[in-house]
Design a protein around this ligand. Structure first.
Ligand code: SF4
Ligand code: SF4
Length: 277
């Protein structure tokens, strides 16, 4: 089973929910936790351990000047501005390339070949005997977050239970993370901003076509509007984490409430029961 954890905005506690859920489940079963927030992965902070790193590469074009006739077709085709045909050569800007392969296809002279370029890495560790952590890390300045997310998800293939921690927001990296998931947990807060972003995130899950449920984090008890929205959209509220000094103190130290506060391991197990078919 594959569970994606998402939120319409940053700072809702999405990664905290992912880490607690993974920890609680890994007490009794094998879990692969995949950090798909590749521009700012942070799950390793909850689970410090030595990693094995594998580079992520994508193909980028190299022009053979002996074959190139400067016809301009490749420059016209590339809508990312990664190629420019100038007076006496073709300039390439690999960091703008999205590796679509189009320039290779349109070149009438066969003057474009592709070479691998490293854009990030996958860091793998086993912080607990039954927990594998797979973190996608996009190199600074790179644009191909979805490629690193795909590589991270591929490393988790074959694991019976996989938890994906998506990046915040509703952009392409989130859709890439949600694709192929069986369930999406949407983490929100009981504020007007939280509800606005929950609305957007729920629409994304709906567009991707996967069932979703909601976790209300840092609840101050004023959840009526959020609960009403969930009821109206048929989204079950599967867990409510109250705003409390005790919980905040654990989380501010980078700790897991499932591990450190009584009753929370069981509540995260119950959360999993709520998303299981
Ligand atoms: S592979 Fe695609 S994005 Fe990259 S340079 Fe060629 S046309 Fe542009
Ligand atoms: S399409 Fe091929 S031949 Fe034409 S400018 Fe580009 S590399 Fe040169």
């Amino acid at each position: 089973m594959k569970i994606a954890i998402a939120s319409g905005k940053g700072g809702t506690g999405k990664s905290t929910v992912a880490a607690n859920l993974a920890w609680a489940l890994a007490r009794s079963r094998d879990v692969a936790l995949v950090d798909c927030d590749v521009e700012e992965p942070n799950l390793h902070l909850f689970f410090p351990a030595a990693t094995t790193d594998v580079p992520v590469t994508t193909p980028v074009p190299v022009i053979d000047p002996a074959r190139c006739t400067l016809c301009g077709e490749c420059g016209k085709f590339c809508r990312f501005g990664a190629l420019a045909v100038v007076k006496d050569c073709v300039l390439t800007f690999p960091h703008l390339c999205h590796s679509c392969g189009g320039c290779t296809l349109v070149c009438p002279q066969g003057a474009v070949r592709e070479v691998p370029r490293t854009i990030g890495r996958i860091a793998c560790s086993r912080p607990l005997s039954r927990l594998v952590l797979i973190s996608g890390v996009l190199n600074e300045g790179e644009v191909q977050a979805p490629a690193v997310i795909r590589a991270a998800k591929a490393r988790a293939e074959g694991h019976p239970l996989v938890i994906y921690d998506a990046s915040p927001g509703i952009a392409c990296p989130v859709i890439e993370t949600l694709e192929g998931s069986d369930f999406c947990l949407l983490v929100t807060e009981s504020t007007p901003f939280g509800l606005h972003d929950l609305r957007l995130a729920a629409e994304v899950a709906e567009e991707v076509g996967i069932p979703a449920g909601v976790v209300i984090n840092r609840s101050d008890g004023e959840d009526a509007a959020t609960v009403a929205f969930c009821r109206e959209r048929g989204l079950p509220v599967l867990m409510t984490i109250p705003f409390s000094r005790e919980i905040a103190a654990v989380q501010n130290r980078g700790g897991l409430i499932a591990a450190l506060l009584p009753g929370w391991e069981e509540r995260f197990i119950d959360l999993f029961a709520g998303v299981s078919p």
